[in-house]
Structure formats: structure tokens, C-alpha cells
Ligand binder design. Structure first.
Ligand code: XIL
Length: 349
């Protein structure tokens, strides 16, 4: 029997997307075919992150970003840009005084000496230049940008600090978020600007912190159009809580999108490998079904716009090694051979 297209199935409600890796758009394999058939909105899994592109003020590496954008255009896919400001996969030189060498080990261990920080003005100039240069290159082609990624702390339920491995607030002050959004709006006035984070749909205090933060930003006229729920969830998470979150954010007058969804078979740091049998896959299928019912309802209410999954085939999911290296997982819609799993069949009838 012919397998129906996932995005066609939901066309009247929302776009359905996935992240893609370099081998998927620079090559042709089963997964490339699945991407073309089932998703109409794509985001690069890694190659558009600052660490890959921004090598120096006048040293941009466009190779894979260009290949990604070309692939999307040739296949008529909408494009999400991930991302401008994040504490991870960043370009450490951006924080440092001219001439101070980058030591990745120190950077990862949070050992940068504040005496080596560049001035606030220089860091702002570098960040604005980055946002402006990316937008100048791709303006008109990008549908949506993650302007700021993961800025809310899981410990403080406020903006991340250096203790949470983010130097942004430390070097630019708390209004770095506002500035990034203003620069992005100026550089590409027609695209959607997103603030994106994880655990918003699972942890009440983090959700509240994002709500309060966006409310404050909006009251100051900062152009945040949309809140992105990453939705790296698992089979134990509550679907009613997810729906409540979408409705709550909708009250701020912003749109809500799902940006990085997968449903893990494990609780976050669960270590023991599971036997992945039909019963377990049925539990996962039910969870996907319930989530997509919520998405459909919230799309009909005009709040939810897009749903993006974080990958296609289980064997290529980042969850195989995160947060427990080597444990494995099977959180996506297609198995290692690209065959639809019960969860795919639950959402595409
Ligand atoms: C992950 C990628 O999937 C991995 O390949 C990479 O090693 C680390 O980053 N939140 C995000 C994504 O915003 O960029 C992350 O992607 C997953 C968590």
C-alpha cells in the first residue's frame, strides 16, 4: 500500500518539518527521499550554528549553509534558521579580546578568565555583524529564525548565567536578548523571529519564567513573534500539560511552534537499555497520536503554526547518545531502515 505523505496529511493545520544533517542534503539516500516526501519545512541540525559559520569578523564559512538552503529551495521546502544566539555550539572567539587565543578546553570547562573578555561594545558589534551578514545572504529565503536559543536557566528559572555555561548575559548584560531580536528584525523585517527553549512543556517553573520574560519583552516592544517549544519529550510526559502550555503562551499574543520534537522511550537520565518491543512502540505511538491531536486543536484555535521533528530515522537521532552515551533510543517516526514505525501509522491514517 502506498504510504501517505505526513505533511500532506496535516497541510490544512500546520507545516510539518524535520531537522536535516549534511549527508541528507549532500547525497542521496533513503532518508533524503523520506525528507522530500514527508516534510515541507526544514532546519539544519548543526551546520547553521555559529561555531560552523562565524570564524572571525570577516571570515564566514558558507559552504554547508549554502548547500542546505539550495537543497530546500530546489525541493520547495520552507526554511528555519537555527540559530543566532546560544550558549552551546557558539564561536568562542566572539567573547574574547583581540589576540587572546581560543582554548576550547577552558571554554567548555567554564574557565575563561573575565580579564580576557572583549568589551561589551566589541561583542555587540560582532553579534550584530553576524546577524546582519547571515540575513543579507539569505533574506527572502528564510521563513523563520531562532534568534535566541535556550536562554532560560533550569536552575534559576531566569536568564542563564555563567554558572549555566552561558556567557551572553555576563558579557552583554540582560538586554542581550532584546538587542538580538531588534537587530534580527532590522536585518530581515519579513521573517518570523522565535525564542526557542526546552522543558517549557514539562517544567512549570521554566514555563512560567519564559511566560514572564516574553511578557516583559513584548511590553517593551521587542519583536518576538513566536515561542518555540523544542519538545524533546519522553513517553512519560503529560500531554495535557503540553496543551496547557500552548494555550498559556497563546495568551501572550505570540504564536507557538514545535521546533525539535521527538519522543524518547526513556526517562531523561535512565541508564538501563530497554527491550524495544511492540508494547513499548505502542505506548510511543499513543503518545505521538495524543500530541498530534493537541497540535491539530491548537492550530484550529490559531495558536500553533508549525511542528518540526528532530530527525527522521531512529538510528540517526542525537538521543542515541544524549544524555546517556551509547544507551540508544528510538524516538522518531521511522526505523533504522526508513520504515514507518507504529507512531508514524498512528498520526497518518
Ligand atoms: C543537537 C544535535 O542534534 C547534535 O547533533 C549536536 O551534537 C548537538 O546539538 N537543542 C538544540 C539543538 O537547540 O541544536 C540540539 O541539536 C539539541 C538540543
Amino acid at each position: 500500500m502506498e504510504i501517505k505523505s505526513l505533511y500532506e496529511e496535516y497541510k490544512q493545520y500546520f507545516n510539518v518539518g524535520t531537522c536535516v544533517g549534511v549527508p541528507h542534503f549532500n547525497g542521496n539516500n533513503t532518508e533524503t527521499e523520506l525528507i522530500k516526501k514527508h516534510f515541507n519545512l526544514l532546519v539544519a541540525e548543526n551546520c547553521t550554528k555559529m561555531m560552523y559559520i562565524y570564524r572571525g569578523l570577516n571570515d564566514f564559512n558558507w559552504k554547508e549553509g549554502d548547500d542546505f538552503v539550495r537543497f530546500c529551495q530546489e525541493n520547495n521546502k520552507l526554511i528555519r534558521w537555527h540559530n543566532f544566539v546560544w550558549h552551546a555550539q557558539t564561536a568562542p572567539w566572539i567573547f574574547l579580546k583581540e589576540g587572546v587565543p581560543v582554548n576550547m578546553k577552558d571554554f567548555f570547562q567554564n574557565n575563561i578568565n573575565p580579564a580576557d573578555y572583549a568589551s561589551k561594545e566589541l561583542i555587540e558589534k560582532r553579534l550584530q555583524h553576524y546577524i546582519q551578514t547571515v540575513c543579507d545572504r539569505y533574506k527572502g529565503k528564510i521563513y523563520s529564525y531562532d534568534v535566541v536559543n535556550e536562554c532560560i536557566s533550569d536552575k534559576l528559572f531566569a536568564l542563564r548565567t555563567r554558572e549555566d555555561h552561558s556567557l551572553w548575559q555576563e558579557v552583554m548584560g540582560p538586554d542581550y536578548v532584546s538587542k538580538a531580536f531588534l537587530w534580527a528584525r532590522e536585518a530581515d523585517p519579513d521573517a518570523e523571529l522565535v525564542i526557542n527553549d526546552y522543558n517549557l512543556e514539562t517544567i512549570p517553573q521554566k514555563r512560567q519564567a519564559m511566560f514572564d520574560f516574553v511578557k516583559e519583552q513584548k511590553s517593551k516592544g521587542i519583536p518576538i513573534d513566536t515561542i518555540g517549544l523544542q519538545m524533546h519529550i519522553n513517553i512519560f510526559d503529560s500531554v495535557p500539560f503540553i496543551e496547557e502550555t500552548i494555550e498559556m503562551f497563546g495568551k501572550l499574543g505570540v504564536n507557538v511552534i514545535v521546533t525539535e520534537m521527538e519522543i524518547s522511550l526513556y526517562r531523561f537520565e535512565e541508564k538501563e537499555k530497554k527491550i524495544i518491543d511492540a508494547d513499548l512502540l505502542k505506548v510511543q505511538a499513543d503518545k505521538y497520536y495524543e500530541c498530534f491531536e493537541v497540535f491539530r486543536r491548537q492550530a484550529q484555535k490559531g495558536i500553533l503554526k508549525d511542528v518540526v521533528l528532530w530527525g527522521v530515522q531512529d538510528n540517526h537521532s542525537w538521543k542515541n547518545d544524549f544524555p546517556v552515551p551509547g544507551r540508544g533510543d528510538a524516538p522518531l517516526l521511522f526505523d533504522k531502515d526508513g520504515k514507518p514505525k507504529p507512531c508514524f501509522n498512528a498520526i497518518v491514517k
